[in-house]
Ligand binder design. Structure first.
Ligand SMILES: Cc1cc2nc3c(=O)[nH]c(=O)nc-3n(C[C@H](O)[C@H](O)[C@H](O)COP(=O)(O)O)c2cc1C
Length: 181
């Protein structure tokens, strides 16, 4: 079974993006081995602490390397992706040893699916910019990405309800992504 590593771009306790990731995890049950990347402890990129890399960065690199693919679930922050997500991919873009730009980074040629849930724009600006970043650092972004809108009631309750159309869209994205692996 293929290993898919989920990356959730929000650390909010009741994150809608985490709720979508949980739904997709169920959807993939028995068709893929899913795990969720724990990266909240990764420090801000700073070239002063790159070599040797911090423990958390080593752990994240190993998790990415071991995965056949990544699936990012992220909110949109001000028409872009959250700084947390940028910081993670900035680390993953960097050489493992000082000055070694030949050895591929763990993110290089990794297939990545993108899903985002947010307001009326369905995270389109975030996904557009994130696809650009990921392509720049050598990942292979699976098209099309998927944008979803949070249902009105959930803004008050923090309990997301996906409608049938959204569930069908996620099922289609899952089938198509698995088909690429
Ligand atoms: C700093 C900040 C900027 C935001 N900008 C946007 C935005 O550009 N587009 C959007 O749809 N929602 C925006 N939102 C609202 C988020 O969609 C909302 O907070 C959502 O719950 C975040 O995802 P999460 O539930 O997975 O944490 C923003 C929220 C924050 C905190």
């Amino acid at each position: 079974m293929k290993k898919i590593l989920f990356v959730v771009g929000s650390t909010r306790r009741q994150s809608f993006n985490r709720q979508v990731a949980d739904y997709v995890c169920e959807l993939l049950q028995s068709r893929a081995e899913v795990s969720c990347l724990d990266y909240a402890d990764v420090p801000f990129v700073n070239q002063d602490i790159e070599f040797p890399a911090p423990e958390s960065v080593i752990r994240v690199r190993e998790a990415v390397k071991a995965a056949d693919a990544l699936w990012v679930f992220t909110p949109e922050y001000n028409y872009s992706y959250p700084g947390l997500v940028k910081n993670l991919f900035d680390w993953l873009s960097r050489p493992l040893t000082a000055g070694d730009y030949e050895t591929p980074t763990p993110i290089r040629e990794k297939r990545v699916a993108l899903t985002g849930i947010g307001g009326a724009g369905k995270t389109s600006k975030c996904r557009e910019k994130l696809a650009e970043l990921l392509t720049f650092i050598g990942a292979e972004v699976a098209e099309p990405s998927l944008g979803l809108r949070v249902d009105m009631a959930a803004w008050g309750t923090n309990q997301l309800t996906l409608d049938e159309e959204q569930k069908a869209q996620l099922a289609e994205q899952a089938d198509s992504f698995l088909g690429l692996l």
